[in-house]
Design a protein around this ligand. Structure first.
Ligand code: UDP
Ligand code: MG
Length: 328
């Protein structure tokens, strides 16, 4: 729980994949920020930085090992292969939660402005278990990236996926919230939609996202698109319902078509073969689509069941006196 008196141990968690060009700069900047926060008595002196090497093939792991000799409060975690940004973040949180009270995840390329870390901690001290870093503008993005991101958040919201728009994975979470998050055993990890499902009181801090300080993006367009599609399909079975709606609509049209063509036939206005052709096309199309989507609805249920997501997260409990009496 947030407390103004007890200084929380902060764990800064960074996923890094082939980040040799930028990692030394990032670490030195974060060490400075951490030192200032300790000086300001906002965090405990036992705070640390944890870098997850996500199966890099460059010198990233060497840099972590070297830096650990200089800064003892640096923790390195090396994954055996490249598991992807989201899994690397989860790996980092799983390890950091053992040592920290609050965790802040941020990219290794200094795009997530570390200057707002202080604001995040202040929001935590106000009683928020989760603090989302939100980009205040997207003017520095290309036209394509800005508009695809806008479309993505709009479509996701329409399909019922709850996300904080313009928030990526720069966020503070208390270990209480992280432990609840880690109860979600799913394989398709899309943290920015999973974290809001955890609940708890949350807040936002706004920041300007900088240019990548060095190195190149590890998220090419193809990876980004599949990430977006994964994000929506892992959290919504709404597309199946839409399919069902379209199927039902086509069946309705088929009904009208049947009545119309039968009348036309009776009045002798129909071309030979036209009525039977039209009726079968619309009727079979409608039946096909509805049948597929009925199967889809069941698959959707299997899909949500196999996730084994917890149905609830308990935030607080009372009745300790009764419980201790019954336990004794
Ligand atoms: N990253 C990772 N594993 C991957 C891809 C990326 O750990 O497979 C890390 C990367 O090192 C960086 C963060 O995820 O710290 C965000 O990646 P990047 O900066 O390349 O994405 P962009 O900002 O271009 O969307
Ligand atoms: Mg980046």
């Amino acid at each position: 729980m947030a407390s103004g008196k007890i200084k929380p141990r902060l764990g800064l968690v960074l996923p890094a994949y082939n980040e040799q060009e930028v990692l030394p700069t990032t670490l030195s900047k974060l060490h400075d920020i951490k030192r200032d926060l300790i000086k300001d008595k906002l965090i405990s002196a036992n705070s640390f930085i944890l870098v997850v090497d996500d199966g890099s093939s460059d010198e990233t792991w060497h840099i972590i090992q070297e830096q650990e000799l200089i800064h003892v409060e640096l923790v390195g975690v090396k994954l055996s292969r490249n598991c992807g940004h989201q899994s690397a973040l989860l790996a980092g949180m799983t390890e950091a939660v053992k040592l920290a009270d609050i965790i802040i995840t941020l990219d290794a390329d200094l795009q997530d402005s570390p200057d707002v870390i202080k604001n995040m901690i202040m929001k935590y001290n106000e009683g928020n278990e989760i603090v989302y870093g939100v980009r205040s503008s997207r003017t520095e993005d290309t036209w394509f990236k800005r508009n695809t991101a806008l479309a993505f958040y709009k479509i996701a919201a329409l399909l019922g996926v709850k996300m904080v728009p313009n928030h990526a994975d720069f966020r503070l979470m208390s270990c209480v919230a992280v432990k609840e998050l880690l109860k979600m055993p799913e394989r398709n990890v899309f943290l920015r939609a999973m974290v809001p499902l955890v609940g708890y009181r949350s807040a936002k801090v706004f920041y300007e996202r900088h240019e990548r300080q060095a190195g190149t993006s590890k998220y090419p367009l193809k990876k980004m698109l599949s990430f977006a599609i994964d994000g929506i399909t892992s959290f919504s079975v709404e597309p199946i319902r839409i399919l069902f709606g379209i199927g039902a609509f086509i069946l309705g049209v088929a009904g009208i078509e049947i009545i119309y063509t039968l009348f036309a036939k009776m009045l002798g206005n129909a071309e030979a073969g036209w009525s039977s052709l039209m009726i079968s096309i619309w009727l079979l199309g409608g039946i096909n689509l509805t049948a597929i989507s009925v199967v889809g609805v069941y698959i959707g249920k299997i899909f949500t069941e196999v996730k084994h997501r917890p149905l609830f997260h308990i935030e607080a409990e009372t009745g300790t006196y009764l419980k201790s009496k019954q336990a004794s």
